[in-house]
Unconditional design. Structure first.
Length: 310
């Protein structure tokens, strides 16, 4: 290579390096602008998000800022209603939940691809097969990551519903005893919150009391609790209390009847689950337990026949 060619090569290399540096600087500037445009969220009156969201809160908050205008009102309202029923409306909003699903999909896609790259599944000379395998696994990872937060939210809803149905008769008994002892409804709920066990229903009654102290009427606060929970038993309880108060009836017998009915429903629900248990055990018995039992029983007999020459 002559001196002129060497000089030209150095100039071209310098220009390429300068262009790459400018591109990186422009990209960094655009990212800094995108980060700076995300406003800080005021979480003074909000609860802490779940652990998984706290670990990736900054990317979730950043993505939710740009995903918000892209979400439709119907999907946002439906997701917000599910979060409210799960007791997370003071932790997350719908845009943050959708951002977490997108972030989880990206993370699972990267993890699945990295796991596949550590193994050589395609024979040499077939790059198309390997690319197809990468694409399939990346799509599977994206689907799994997108679906996992929704599955987690559904499990939270089911666990919260079981806890509500389990603790509702106990709280109604406390409120009934306090009302029959001479307290009003608000004082009875105060005693139920202070003496009752921790859980979702205690938080909801505490929220009702907080709404009443903030200026809402008791009927509106109870209706809001029924709308948040979305359970027929809670709706029946709130409707009976509101009607009894509007008609001037004695709350003691009404609350006693509600507590007895909720306790009967809990017993019937437990009886139903107990009757469903044998049916649910049928498939594990047929698929796993019976084959192992037959192997243990018939193996000595088969070996005896084989050794006898039959």
């Amino acid at each position: 290579m002559t001196g002129t060619e060497t000089l030209h090569f150095q100039i071209v290399s310098l220009l390429v390096a300068l262009a790459a540096g400018l591109a990186c600087a422009l990209l960094a500037w655009l990212l800094s602008r995108a980060v700076a445009e995300v406003p800080a969220e005021d979480r003074e009156y909000k609860d802490a998000p779940p652990l998984g969201f706290r670990l990736a809160w900054w990317p979730v908050q950043w993505l939710s800022h740009y995903l918000g205008p892209l979400l439709g009102a119907r999907g946002r309202n439906k997701c917000q209603a599910r979060l409210r029923r799960a007791g997370m409306d003071y932790c997350l909003d719908a845009t943050q939940f959708f951002a977490s699903r997108l972030l989880c999909a990206i993370f699972c896609t990267c993890v699945f691809t990295l796991l596949l790259s550590s193994f050589d599944h395609a024979p040499p000379g077939e790059p198309g097969l390997k690319l197809s395998l990468y694409l399939q696994l990346a799509a599977a990872g994206a689907l799994f990551g997108w679906a996992y937060p929704a599955i987690w939210l559904r499990d939270c809803l089911m666990a919260r519903k079981r806890e509500l149905m389990k603790s509702l008769p106990f709280y109604l008994d406390i409120i009934t005893l306090c009302v029959e002892a001479g307290l009003n409804m608000q004082g009875a709920m105060n005693q139920a919150v202070s003496k009752g066990p921790k859980g979702a229903l205690r938080d909801e009654f505490h929220r009702v009391l907080r709404d009443i102290r903030a200026g809402k009427s008791r009927a509106v606060s109870l209706r809001d609790m029924a709308d948040r929970l979305g359970e027929s038993s809670v709706t029946s309880f709130t409707t009976a209390v509101i009607q009894a108060e509007s008609m001037g009836m004695n709350l003691g017998p009404v609350l006693r009847a509600q507590a007895d009915q909720r306790r009967t429903e809990r017993f019937l629900r437990a009886e139903k689950l107990a009757m469903e248990a044998p049916v649910k055990m049928l498939f594990p018995l047929i698929a796993f337990i019976f084959p192992c039992t037959f192997i243990v029983l018939f193996f000595p007999i088969v070996m005896k026949f084989l050794n006898s020459g039959l």
